[in-house]
Design a protein around this ligand. Structure first.
Ligand SMILES: Cc1ncc(COP(=O)(O)O)c(C=O)c1O
Length: 462
């Protein structure tokens, strides 16, 4: 039996897919502090104009420049695997496929956009990029991309991950980037948080505030900020995953996928795999498309659809999204990359439309799933990815109960070789079941009570 499919370099997709062109209800605009829509000029101190153009584009297909493809060829197209050993262990009639994004040099899907963003920044004459990182996957991906393209890179790493994952910092430094713990005393946003909560574990929201401040206060004008998820152009760059997967499934003669699954922190790897299939769903295909999050950070499953900032200090425009409130500081569970208060506007609108059906899973079930995956397929996955695997196992068991030969496709977004302290905590019984208490959710949502309201607009077709 064929257990994996490769594509040749000349079979790589040459365009990205923009779901923004096909959403039945167009995205509501980002809003500025005055409540009016943000114009591209207002974003110019933060991002280069060529990426801002992509952010607001409503073109369905956007060409991938040759210079970006040349770098992606180092590991792309990534293989599509059939998880035959996991299937056997589960005694399921389902066929399980996964796209293996763990084989990129930094170990996850993140370089797909890191390379594109660094390349566009360089084209625009930028010399330095700042960013935040949670688990360290994004920071190391941007460090890798900047090193290939000859740009400086500074990463604000969420304090709890900085302490838990010293090797990620060393990877960033190996690629020539600097990495500091957030909150830091280098920015006003960091100092303000430290004054309020000196022993804070940090959060992605805080680290984003610091990275943006560091970019916009650089007087040279040669520094910009880069975000590893959430924004339209980031999700766009990740669609190469789903577009490759489609070609690979065709080679296997798989005509129909029934269930598509990805873990979702800001939404980028999930979107990357699923959006090309969301296009099919909009055009009549029957597919269940499931973004998965932790029960301790239940943005899509328990938070409202609102206008909120992407960061804690309120430096970013207001985005229409599911949000736990920008002051939310998630409990320090080990899936650092899923500890974000918001969700990408494109994913959020997909949920509003009923195109996507989100699910939350407890971390203990996720680690059990990661172990089964490691002991059957052999790959030690990132704690974030374990959420996708846990949902895949739930779906495979359901297929067994129903006696259906379903096709399930999930995104193996990254390996966990730098995350073994999380596995260790699990082995030692230090991790507990954790669901966000209702009072904490209410307290956190209070921070967004006065912000403009997003419309729950949908076409009602699904
Ligand atoms: C391996 C891995 N998977 C998933 C995620 C979640 O991010 P996103 O939702 O943007 O894919 C991260 C974030 O750091 C990650 O490192």
């Amino acid at each position: 039996m064929q257990v994996k499919v490769f594509l040749n370099e000349d079979e790589i997709p040459r365009q990205w897919y923009n779901l923004g062109a096909d959403l039945p209800t167009p995205l509501q605009p980002m809003l500025g502090p005055d409540g009016n829509p943000v114009t591209p000029d207002m974003l110019a101190p933060v991002f280069p104009m060529n990426l801002i153009e992509q952010e607001v584009s409503t073109e369905r297909w956007i060409d991938i420049p040759e210079g970006i493809l040349e770098i992606l060829y180092r590991w792309r197209p990534s293989p599509l695997h059939r998880a035959v050993y996991l299937e056997k262990a589960l005694e399921t009639p389902a066929k399980i496929y996964y796209k293996n994004e763990s084989i990129s040099p930094p170990g996850s899907h993140k370089p797909n956009t890191a390379v594109a963003q660094a390349w566009y920044n360089k084209q625009f004459g930028i010399k330095r990029i700042t960013t935040e990182t949670g688990a360290g996957q994004w920071g190391s991906a941007l460090a890798f991309a900047c090193s290939i393209l000859g740009l400086e890179c500074k990463v604000f790493m969420v304090r709890i991950s900085f302490d838990q994952k010293p090797f990620r910092k060393l990877m960033m430094e190996t690629w020539g980037a600097s990495c500091i713990a957030s909150p830091s005393t280098e920015t006003q946003a960091g100092k303000d948080i430290l004054a309020k909560i000196p022993d804070t574990p940090g959060s992605l929201g805080i680290a984003i505030s610091e990275a943006i401040e560091a970019a916009v206060t650089d007087k040279s004008g040669e520094t910009r900020y880069s975000l590893g998820s959430v924004l339209n152009h980031v999700l766009l760059h990740q669609t190469i995953i789903g577009l490759e997967a489609k070609k690979q499934l065709e080679k296997l003669d798989v005509k129909k996928v029934d269930v598509i699954i990805g873990c979702a922190g800001g939404g980028s790897n999930f979107a990357g795999l699923s959006f090309p299939f969301v296009y099919d769903k909009i055009n009549g295909a029957q597919i269940e498309i499931i973004p998965v999050e932790p029960t301790s950070c239940p943005t899509m499953t328990r938070a409202p659809f609102v206008y909120d900032h992407g960061d804690t200090a309120g430096m970013t425009p207001l985005m229409p999204m599911y949000s736990l409130g920008h002051e939310f500081i998630p409990p320090p569970i080990h899936a650092g990359g899923l500890r974000y208060h918001g969700m990408a506007p494109l994913v959020s609108q997909g949920i509003v439309e009923g195109l996507l059906t989100p699910r939350s899973i407890d971390q203990l079930e996720c680690y059990e799933a990661a172990l089964l995956f490691a002991r059957t397929e052999g790959i030690i996955c990132a704690p974030e990815t374990s959420h996708a695997i846990a949902a895949t196992i739930q779906e495979a068991k359901k297929a067994k109960e129903e006696g259906k030969e379903k096709v399930i496709l999930f995104n193996m977004s990254g390996h966990g070789l730098m995350d073994l302290t999380g596995y260790d905590a699990f082995f030692q019984g230090k991790l507990q079941k954790h669901s966000l208490p209702e009072e904490e959710l209410k307290k956190s949502l209070a921070s967004i009570a006065g912000l403009p309201k997003a419309k729950l607009a949908k076409s009602g077709k699904w």
